[in-house]
Design a protein around this ligand. Sequence first.
Ligand code: UAG
Ligand code: ATP
Ligand code: API
Ligand code: MG
Length: 481
Amino acid sequence: MRLSELCQGLAVRADGGDAEVADLATDSRKVGPGTLFAALSGTKADGARFAADAISRGASAILAGEDAELDVAVPVLRSADPRRAIAQIAARFFGPQPETIVAVTGTSGKTSIAAFTRQIWAGNGLESASIGTTGVASSKRNDYGTLTTPDPVDLARLLSELKAEGVTHAAMEASSHGLVQRRLDGVSLAAAAFINLGRDHMDYHVDVEDYFAAKMRLFDTLLPKGAPAVIFGDDAWSARAVEVATRAGALVHTVGRTGSLLRLKRLEHERHRQIAEIEAEGHIYRIVLPLAGEFQMSNALVAAGLAIATGTPVEAALVATEHLKGASGRLELAGTTRAGAPVFVDYAHKPEALENVLASVRPFTTGRVVVVFGCGGDRDRLKRPIMGEIATRLADVVIVTDDNPRSEEPASIRAAILDAAPGAREIGDRREAIRAAVSLGEAGDTIVVAGKGHEIGQTIGTETLHFSDHEEVREAIAREA
Ligand SMILES: CC(=O)N[C@H]1[C@@H](OP(=O)(O)OP(=O)(O)OC[C@H]2O[C@@H](n3ccc(=O)[nH]c3=O)[C@H](O)[C@@H]2O)O[C@H](CO)[C@@H](O)[C@@H]1O[C@H](C)C(=O)N[C@@H](C)C(=O)N[C@H](CCC(=O)O)C(=O)O
Ligand SMILES: Nc1ncnc2c1ncn2[C@@H]1O[C@H](COP(=O)(O)OP(=O)(O)OP(=O)(O)O)[C@@H](O)[C@H]1O
Ligand SMILES: N[C@H](CCC[C@H](N)C(=O)O)C(=O)O
Ligand SMILES: [Mg+2]
């Protein structure tokens, strides 16, 4: 495709003529002959510094910010917002995307909601996919992922492949990093959703208002006017999200205990399922959700709301929730101890998530709640004592262990948690910590191994070694026998 075609009508200024573009890249190390290289300024480096490297690898043109210093002999595209420009160019370059794409944002629940929306669509005979933290899933794929919201070039490529594979409906996660970095700016959205806002990524955002504003880009910038916005109504930030979406001209639907589209009237918890009465369109539907944890009901309501907002009939969407499978590592039953205590693996690695998961298991726990958790290194340090306090308040036995220490000293991460967790046990080795917890599990107790969910590696220093909480739980139970 010609450069001139790729940027026609976009807010970019072309200098130095036209060129044929064979591929796109935001990383000079991925540049090959004929590639348009987007030189982006990031958190660690300025992409403009790599322009010469990109050209030596065959780049046919460079896209950069207005003030980037470039002295190159290939055509240059200038943009005031080069991240948005590369996302839009990528959408054009890779071509058709699934007709119906929805995106969900919020602090906790995105992966679950994307997975549930895909399953509700699939249950209604639609060829569907989900894209997020756990990877890409469809009837033809189950690919492990790394980023929650992929880089815009990878995303546009992926969406065009899904389209070619017959996918008509895709549900994706919009992380705050992804929204700030314009990774979704080339996606045409049919609907968007908001679940909640809690403490997260305070190492990246200036403050919580900045973090909220990042999430709200989904509604005030990306969602086309008049398109549906599905907002979970029972969060402390719901009213503000409704306000933003309304002001942006979205068709706002709320779900939850005060929901306008789906109203949760009654909820009864059992160990592995919950029974709900939901009012919609003047009818009461009785739903048995085959998942534990009230938060999963909230996630299921948002997912059903997204399916309804994009054309699935209300009853069909609600019936499909009765067959939902939880996303890997989200309050997932990984085994049962010999004495009969269920052991759940959960991805709670931030305060509200930990609070929710521990509160969720309490109703069906007649004995003790035992939690094993740690905090990741090179991430928000202030959440550590907050999570220590939550665990101590909501669990009966707290075992503090390592998560992904990354470049930090593991013992100092644990110490920051332990400062706010009097009475907690400290077992740095995660395998030993899981074994210790499993050995405590009596009938009536519930064990929660939190923080790593679906992850299959543990990053210590710069090395990532194979580690799976699921495997460790099964192994610990097998050793009991
Ligand atoms: C902090 C962050 O979000 N970083 C992302 C960002 O990198 P950056 O622009 O800041 O990169 P940089 O290192 O400063 O480099 C600037 C530019 O120079 C380029 N470069 C760099 C070196 C070189 O030799 N040549 C070259 O061209 C880089 O590709 C980049 O375009 O843009 C890159 C390209 O899209 C991402 O790969 C990278 O994600 C890193 C790997 C990451 O860990 N991100 C995490 C924090 C993240 O995005 N997480 C969210 C949320 C997860 C959640 O929900 O909790 C996610 O969506 O996954
Ligand atoms: N609606 C919710 N409210 C509060 N906590 C939740 C909710 N949904 C999930 N959680 C908690 O958050 C954890 C992560 O859930 P999920 O992966 O669905 O969220 P996410 O927003 O994709 O998170 P991440 O940003 O880490 O990928 C779960 O394991 C659970 O502990
Ligand atoms: N996307 C998140 C995942 C954190 C998972 C947790 N296990 C940790 O390592 O802190 C991050 O990279 O910050
Ligand atoms: Mg996620």
